[in-house]
Design a protein around this ligand. Sequence first.
Ligand code: PLP
Length: 406
Amino acid sequence: MYDIDTIRADFPILSREVNGKPLTYLDNGASAQKPKVVIDAITRAYAEEYSNVHRGLHFLSNLSTERYEAVRGTISKFLNTGDENTIVLNSGTTEGINLVAYGWAMPRFQPGDEIVLSVMEHHANIVPWHFLRERQGVVLKWVDVAADGSLDPQAVIDAIGPKTKLVAVTQCSNVLGTIVDVKSITQGAHAKGVPVLVDGSQGAVHMPVDVQDIGCDFYAITGHKLYGPTGSGAIYIRPERMAEMQPFLGGGDMIREVSKDRVIYNDPPMKFEAGTPGIVQIIGLGVALDYMMGLGLDNIASHEASLRAYAEQRFSGLNWLNIQGQAADKAAIFSFTMEGAAHPHDISTILDKRGVAVRAGHHCAGPLMDHLGVTATCRASFGLYNTTDEIDTLIDALELAHELFS
Ligand code: PLP
């Protein structure tokens, strides 16, 4: 059973006050809070078990290597990869997608080759592809979202032409909450011989993920949104694609032998993990994923679905609030603007006075902001520990903001 009070008690920060009010943390889309087990694991790793990994022969080095390497298996289980060697550990989605851009796409793509993207991608799944556009004449093909914020998988598949070399799409929009049918997109793209990269930064937070079922070639996650530490993450890479990749960063750990005139690389996935990694961050990520799996990924998803339903019901009474994105399949992420002159930054400031943390701005989604015809929105994004009471607090704070600004 999903006991929300017990779960909330696992997160020390949730009991603090902000501006004299109980914290209502609705900025999970930007970064989630950490349960005590993760905070304790970080402390234990530094206080009792810390050493550099892989290279040492002493007790602590072996212990931290064991702790660190075990996380590859945890992530593999979390994403159901079936093979932990498909997991490259890194600092987060940005690094993961840049690895694909530099290590796989850049050496292979020719001028005029195309990458198909949706307009609701995060800059982390846009700017690395702009590098290829600027440096090697690769063409970016954009697929619009429908009026309700949904993305038609067939529209993505139809955008794939003979020169398309990659489809790069998010599984869940960080702005609209739209959930994308990445499995159908992958099936359609593969039927045309085109690999698919899925940005799972938001998707993996809100639904159980099975990369073997999706069938995608790359699936990137970022630890700090998964209730883990900042600077932790991973990317799943299908073995065939991994075999095609060149290393991106060079340095220690990713090599087996280096001499003055040659270098022999380590086997994948370590070939793509140069330098001392974020040892403690990755260990913390493993604990965070175990925590989520302990609660049950389906249970988290159904808790969040009930939050979504309740929020939608409450929002429907506010005719001065424009909710951006009303796709049938969406996570509990709500972007909105308020009728009248109130700027999202001003709304967010009023909410903050009530202890309500939301994000205001472009959410690193420039093309989507252009598509929506806005420069910024406010975003309330829910996580596994949020409650319907907190939705009521949000609504009260929004009503106050509306009164002030109308
Ligand atoms: N993709 C999406 C959909 C995101 O929401 C984010 C973070 O906001 C990222 C990518 C980038 O993640 P990170 O900054 O942790 O690399």
